[in-house]
Design a protein. Sequence first.
Length: 266
Amino acid sequence: MKLKKGIPRHKQISDQIRKKIETGDYESNEKLPSENEMTKIFGVSRVTIRRALQTLENEDLIYRCQGLGSFVTDQRSHQSFTRLTDFTEDMKRLGMEASSQVLQMNIVALPDKVAMALQLDKGNTGVRLDRLRLGDEKPVAFDITWLPVFYGQLIENHDLSQETIFGILEREYEIPIKKGCYRIEAENANAYLAKHLAVEVGTALLLIDRLSLTIGEKPVYFQKRYYRTDRITYELTAERNPADDADSSDLPLREFVPVSNDEENG
Protein backbone atom coordinates (compact mmCIF):
# COMPACT_ATOMS: atom_id res chain seq x y z
CA MET A 1 0.00 0.00 0.00
CA LYS A 2 1.57 3.27 -1.14
CA LEU A 3 2.09 5.98 1.45
CA LYS A 4 2.25 9.70 0.77
CA LYS A 5 5.34 11.84 1.14
CA GLY A 6 5.53 14.63 3.70
CA ILE A 7 3.31 12.90 6.29
CA PRO A 8 4.85 10.63 8.96
CA ARG A 9 4.40 7.06 7.83
CA HIS A 10 3.27 5.78 11.23
CA LYS A 11 0.52 8.43 11.25
CA GLN A 12 -0.71 7.42 7.79
CA ILE A 13 -0.84 3.78 8.86
CA SER A 14 -2.71 4.50 12.09
CA ASP A 15 -5.09 6.79 10.17
CA GLN A 16 -5.85 4.05 7.63
CA ILE A 17 -6.44 1.39 10.27
CA ARG A 18 -8.56 3.80 12.31
CA LYS A 19 -10.73 4.51 9.26
CA LYS A 20 -11.27 0.79 8.67
CA ILE A 21 -12.33 0.37 12.29
CA GLU A 22 -14.73 3.31 12.10
CA THR A 23 -16.30 2.10 8.83
CA GLY A 24 -16.65 -1.46 10.12
CA ASP A 25 -14.13 -3.03 7.73
CA TYR A 26 -12.46 -4.25 10.91
CA GLU A 27 -15.09 -5.50 13.36
CA SER A 28 -14.99 -5.63 17.15
CA ASN A 29 -12.51 -8.22 18.44
CA GLU A 30 -11.29 -8.98 14.91
CA LYS A 31 -7.60 -9.82 14.72
CA LEU A 32 -5.53 -7.36 12.71
CA PRO A 33 -2.82 -8.52 10.28
CA SER A 34 0.41 -9.43 12.07
CA GLU A 35 3.26 -6.96 12.31
CA ASN A 36 5.16 -8.93 9.67
CA GLU A 37 2.15 -8.83 7.36
CA MET A 38 1.77 -5.09 7.89
CA THR A 39 5.42 -4.44 7.03
CA LYS A 40 4.72 -6.05 3.64
CA ILE A 41 1.36 -4.29 3.20
CA PHE A 42 2.73 -0.82 3.92
CA GLY A 43 6.37 -1.33 2.92
CA VAL A 44 7.78 -0.04 6.20
CA SER A 45 9.79 -1.35 9.15
CA ARG A 46 8.34 -3.13 12.18
CA VAL A 47 9.35 -0.13 14.29
CA THR A 48 7.01 2.05 12.23
CA ILE A 49 4.20 -0.50 12.48
CA ARG A 50 4.61 -0.74 16.24
CA ARG A 51 4.49 3.03 16.58
CA ALA A 52 1.24 3.13 14.59
CA LEU A 53 -0.26 0.34 16.68
CA GLN A 54 0.80 2.08 19.88
CA THR A 55 -1.12 5.18 18.77
CA LEU A 56 -4.25 3.10 18.19
CA GLU A 57 -3.82 1.31 21.51
CA ASN A 58 -3.49 4.65 23.30
CA GLU A 59 -6.77 5.70 21.68
CA ASP A 60 -8.37 2.46 22.95
CA LEU A 61 -9.18 1.40 19.39
CA ILE A 62 -7.18 -1.81 19.60
CA TYR A 63 -5.79 -4.08 22.29
CA ARG A 64 -2.79 -6.37 22.09
CA CYS A 65 -2.40 -9.85 23.56
CA GLN A 66 1.09 -11.20 24.09
CA GLY A 67 1.81 -13.91 21.55
CA LEU A 68 -1.54 -13.54 19.80
CA GLY A 69 -1.39 -10.16 18.09
CA SER A 70 -3.55 -7.04 17.89
CA PHE A 71 -7.34 -6.98 18.01
CA VAL A 72 -10.03 -4.35 17.46
CA THR A 73 -11.50 -3.24 20.76
CA ASP A 74 -15.27 -3.18 21.14
CA GLN A 75 -15.06 0.39 22.44
CA ARG A 76 -16.01 -0.67 25.94
CA SER A 77 -14.70 1.32 28.85
CA HIS A 78 -13.54 -0.45 31.97
CA GLN A 79 -14.13 -0.11 35.68
CA SER A 80 -12.71 -2.31 38.35
CA PHE A 81 -14.81 -4.92 40.15
CA THR A 82 -11.98 -5.68 42.53
CA ARG A 83 -12.58 -2.33 44.22
CA LEU A 84 -15.81 -1.72 46.10
CA THR A 85 -17.49 1.16 44.27
CA ASP A 86 -20.92 2.71 43.93
CA PHE A 87 -22.80 3.44 40.72
CA THR A 88 -21.63 7.06 40.43
CA GLU A 89 -18.00 5.98 40.78
CA ASP A 90 -18.53 3.25 38.19
CA MET A 91 -20.03 5.63 35.64
CA LYS A 92 -17.39 8.28 36.26
CA ARG A 93 -14.66 5.79 35.47
CA LEU A 94 -16.54 4.86 32.30
CA GLY A 95 -16.64 8.55 31.33
CA MET A 96 -20.40 8.84 31.86
CA GLU A 97 -22.51 11.11 34.01
CA ALA A 98 -24.55 9.09 36.46
CA SER A 99 -28.10 9.83 37.57
CA SER A 100 -31.08 7.84 38.82
CA GLN A 101 -34.85 7.84 38.69
CA VAL A 102 -36.42 6.74 41.99
CA LEU A 103 -39.51 4.68 41.21
CA GLN A 104 -40.47 3.56 44.69
CA MET A 105 -39.25 3.60 48.26
CA ASN A 106 -41.57 1.78 50.61
CA ILE A 107 -41.61 -0.39 53.70
CA VAL A 108 -42.37 -3.95 52.58
CA ALA A 109 -42.27 -7.52 53.83
CA LEU A 110 -38.81 -8.81 53.01
CA PRO A 111 -38.48 -11.89 50.77
CA ASP A 112 -37.11 -14.78 52.81
CA LYS A 113 -33.85 -14.83 50.85
CA VAL A 114 -33.33 -11.12 51.45
CA ALA A 115 -34.18 -11.34 55.17
CA MET A 116 -31.66 -14.16 55.55
CA ALA A 117 -28.96 -12.14 53.74
CA LEU A 118 -29.65 -9.14 55.98
CA GLN A 119 -29.49 -11.39 59.05
CA LEU A 120 -33.12 -10.67 59.92
CA ASP A 121 -35.87 -13.06 60.89
CA LYS A 122 -38.29 -14.30 58.24
CA GLY A 123 -41.36 -12.10 58.04
CA ASN A 124 -39.50 -8.93 59.00
CA THR A 125 -40.15 -5.72 57.15
CA GLY A 126 -37.58 -3.52 55.49
CA VAL A 127 -37.26 -0.70 52.98
CA ARG A 128 -37.42 -1.48 49.28
CA LEU A 129 -35.87 1.06 46.92
CA ASP A 130 -36.31 0.75 43.14
CA ARG A 131 -34.14 2.93 40.90
CA LEU A 132 -33.50 3.19 37.19
CA ARG A 133 -29.79 3.90 36.81
CA LEU A 134 -28.73 6.15 33.95
CA GLY A 135 -25.42 6.82 32.26
CA ASP A 136 -25.45 10.03 30.22
CA GLU A 137 -29.25 9.99 30.64
CA LYS A 138 -29.59 6.56 29.00
CA PRO A 139 -30.86 3.45 30.82
CA VAL A 140 -27.92 1.33 31.91
CA ALA A 141 -29.22 -0.68 34.84
CA PHE A 142 -32.13 -1.21 37.19
CA ASP A 143 -31.61 -1.62 40.93
CA ILE A 144 -33.91 -3.21 43.48
CA THR A 145 -32.42 -2.61 46.91
CA TRP A 146 -33.63 -3.82 50.31
CA LEU A 147 -32.40 -2.26 53.55
CA PRO A 148 -33.19 -2.81 57.22
CA VAL A 149 -35.59 -0.09 58.38
CA PHE A 150 -32.81 1.61 60.37
CA TYR A 151 -30.65 2.23 57.30
CA GLY A 152 -33.66 3.04 55.16
CA GLN A 153 -34.63 5.86 57.52
CA LEU A 154 -31.14 7.32 57.26
CA ILE A 155 -31.36 7.78 53.49
CA GLU A 156 -35.05 8.55 53.00
CA ASN A 157 -34.76 12.35 53.07
CA HIS A 158 -31.86 12.50 50.63
CA ASP A 159 -31.96 13.09 46.88
CA LEU A 160 -31.47 9.54 45.66
CA SER A 161 -31.70 10.66 42.04
CA GLN A 162 -28.24 12.16 42.46
CA GLU A 163 -26.80 10.62 45.64
CA THR A 164 -25.81 7.02 46.31
CA ILE A 165 -26.36 4.91 49.41
CA PHE A 166 -22.59 4.57 49.77
CA GLY A 167 -22.11 8.32 49.68
CA ILE A 168 -24.91 9.18 52.09
CA LEU A 169 -23.99 6.64 54.75
CA GLU A 170 -20.27 7.31 54.58
CA ARG A 171 -20.46 11.11 54.36
CA GLU A 172 -23.41 11.90 56.61
CA TYR A 173 -23.30 9.11 59.18
CA GLU A 174 -19.73 7.78 59.09
CA ILE A 175 -21.01 4.31 58.27
CA PRO A 176 -18.45 2.88 55.85
CA ILE A 177 -19.27 0.14 53.38
CA LYS A 178 -16.34 -2.20 53.97
CA LYS A 179 -17.21 -5.30 51.99
CA GLY A 180 -19.36 -6.53 49.13
CA CYS A 181 -20.37 -10.13 48.35
CA TYR A 182 -21.46 -10.75 44.76
CA ARG A 183 -23.35 -13.34 42.76
CA ILE A 184 -23.63 -13.04 38.98
CA GLU A 185 -26.15 -14.73 36.71
CA ALA A 186 -28.46 -14.05 33.79
CA GLU A 187 -32.17 -13.33 33.93
CA ASN A 188 -34.73 -12.44 31.30
CA ALA A 189 -36.52 -9.11 31.62
CA ASN A 190 -40.06 -9.25 32.96
CA ALA A 191 -42.60 -6.60 31.98
CA TYR A 192 -41.60 -4.30 34.86
CA LEU A 193 -37.89 -4.35 34.06
CA ALA A 194 -38.44 -4.21 30.31
CA LYS A 195 -40.58 -1.09 30.60
CA HIS A 196 -38.01 0.91 32.53
CA LEU A 197 -34.89 -0.38 30.78
CA ALA A 198 -36.53 0.18 27.37
CA VAL A 199 -36.00 -3.39 26.16
CA GLU A 200 -38.31 -6.15 24.97
CA VAL A 201 -39.86 -8.52 27.49
CA GLY A 202 -37.68 -11.60 27.65
CA THR A 203 -34.46 -9.74 26.83
CA ALA A 204 -31.47 -11.31 28.57
CA LEU A 205 -30.14 -9.12 31.38
CA LEU A 206 -26.99 -9.44 33.46
CA LEU A 207 -28.05 -9.78 37.08
CA ILE A 208 -25.65 -9.02 39.91
CA ASP A 209 -26.75 -9.67 43.47
CA ARG A 210 -24.72 -7.73 46.02
CA LEU A 211 -24.74 -7.82 49.78
CA SER A 212 -22.97 -4.75 51.20
CA LEU A 213 -21.59 -4.85 54.72
CA THR A 214 -20.18 -2.35 57.18
CA ILE A 215 -17.79 -2.79 60.10
CA GLY A 216 -18.17 -6.07 61.93
CA GLU A 217 -19.66 -7.85 58.87
CA LYS A 218 -22.98 -6.13 59.57
CA PRO A 219 -25.28 -6.15 56.50
CA VAL A 220 -26.40 -2.73 55.26
CA TYR A 221 -28.33 -3.65 52.14
CA PHE A 222 -29.03 -6.41 49.65
CA GLN A 223 -29.34 -5.37 46.04
CA LYS A 224 -30.28 -6.84 42.69
CA ARG A 225 -28.83 -4.88 39.78
CA TYR A 226 -30.01 -5.73 36.27
CA TYR A 227 -27.69 -4.50 33.52
CA ARG A 228 -28.65 -4.04 29.88
CA THR A 229 -26.25 -6.43 28.18
CA ASP A 230 -26.02 -4.28 25.06
CA ARG A 231 -24.52 -1.55 27.24
CA ILE A 232 -22.68 -3.40 29.99
CA THR A 233 -20.83 -6.69 30.12
CA TYR A 234 -17.96 -7.95 32.27
CA GLU A 235 -14.37 -8.95 31.63
CA LEU A 236 -12.15 -10.94 33.99
CA THR A 237 -8.38 -10.87 34.39
CA ALA A 238 -6.73 -13.36 36.74
CA GLU A 239 -3.13 -14.31 37.33
CA ARG A 240 -1.66 -17.74 37.92
CA ASN A 241 1.58 -18.12 39.80
CA PRO A 242 3.45 -21.10 38.29
CA ALA A 243 5.13 -21.61 41.66
CA ASP A 244 1.78 -22.33 43.30
CA ASP A 245 0.41 -25.80 43.76
CA ALA A 246 -1.05 -26.86 40.42
CA ASP A 247 -4.13 -28.19 42.19
CA SER A 248 -4.86 -24.86 43.87
CA SER A 249 -8.13 -23.27 42.82
CA ASP A 250 -7.09 -19.84 44.09
CA LEU A 251 -6.22 -17.41 41.29
CA PRO A 252 -5.30 -13.82 42.23
CA LEU A 253 -8.08 -11.64 40.82
CA ARG A 254 -6.42 -8.69 39.15
CA GLU A 255 -9.43 -7.16 37.46
CA PHE A 256 -13.12 -7.94 37.01
CA VAL A 257 -14.62 -5.13 35.07
CA PRO A 258 -17.94 -4.07 33.64
CA VAL A 259 -17.58 -2.63 30.20
CA SER A 260 -19.74 0.01 28.61
CA ASN A 261 -21.00 -1.00 25.18
CA ASP A 262 -23.12 1.85 23.85
CA GLU A 263 -22.95 1.66 20.07
CA GLU A 264 -23.95 5.29 19.71
CA ASN A 265 -20.85 6.29 21.68
CA GLY A 266 -18.65 3.77 19.90
